[in-house]
Design a protein around this ligand. Sequence first.
Ligand SMILES: NC(=O)c1ccc[n+]([C@@H]2O[C@H](COP(=O)([O-])OP(=O)(O)OC[C@H]3O[C@@H](n4cnc5c(N)ncnc54)[C@H](OP(=O)(O)O)[C@@H]3O)[C@@H](O)[C@H]2O)c1
Length: 289
Amino acid sequence: MAKVAFIGLGVMGYPMAGHLKVKGGHELTVYNRTFAKAEKWAAEFGGRATATPAEAADGADFVFSCVGNDDDLRSVTTGKDGAFETLKKGAVFIDNTTASAEVARELDAAATTRGAHFIDAPVSGGQAGAENGVLTVMCGGDPDVFERARPVIDAYARMVGLMGPAGSGQLTKMVNQICIAGLVQGLAEGIHFGKKAGLDIGKVIEVISKGAAGSWQMENRHKTMDAGKYEFGFAVDWMRKDLDILLAEARNNGAKLPVTALVDQFYADVQAMGGNRWDTSSLLARLEK
Ligand SMILES: NC(=O)c1ccc[n+]([C@@H]2O[C@H](COP(=O)([O-])OP(=O)(O)OC[C@H]3O[C@@H](n4cnc5c(N)ncnc54)[C@H](OP(=O)(O)O)[C@@H]3O)[C@@H](O)[C@H]2O)c1
């Protein structure tokens, strides 16, 4: 049992922190910008809600965060009353936010200055993966530190991998998002075509999902896409944030991402349709407009 702090109890962080308490059996302190959520979490799981990230991290062996973007992450770490103010020597800060590789390297250096450690650990698997404790976690950091953190991370994960030094977890998550972007557009076009052709989409997917076209997106999203339901899942706003980060990284490393860049523009169209919080499978709604 370790002393663990968790910062950011959103859609993902709330259940992840819950698993650290219930499955991991750790002693938890939690911080959330909207304090009522931290109080709710503490009442549900039995931990201590704190008023600042610094207070949450004080004395903790492992400090987790899961906030929105780079700026949010800087604000809860190196910002005023941020966790790095109290991060103790030897503590490990594990960041589950999907952010840039640059901010991961920056925080790795800042943690080292304080005699502490940093691991970037973005996740894949969505809200359901977080609630069921079966996320995929892509880590970047020092191998010895990773080995110490891994059994703690295991509480909310099915797959945890060390991909390389600081920033490598974020770079791996970028590969994940690149693969998803083109795939979801392909799935949307397939379903769009099938409907225009007068086919029964349920039957089509039942057959083709077992062949070479099968995917997680196809299995988990075809029913809601066919029904035109998008008010759930991984928000288009979050996807555009991720695409923005990875397209910037591609400009630096010279990777060519023509389809990903195009799909990013399609998501801008979905936002213009009012779909900011719709699931990423709403690319179909754009075709049906
Ligand atoms: N949702 C998914 O399916 C999914 C899947 C994989 C990865 N992710 C990534 O995981 C991260 C969190 O996603 P989510 O869906 O949990 O988002 P969310 O529900 O919007 O939660 C974001 C959390 O960050 C906090 N926060 C945001 N800005 C802050 C700031 N400046 N200072 C302090 N706290 C701040 C929010 O506090 P308040 O409660 O006060 O707003 C909230 O606790 C994102 O990077 C996202 O891309 C999400």
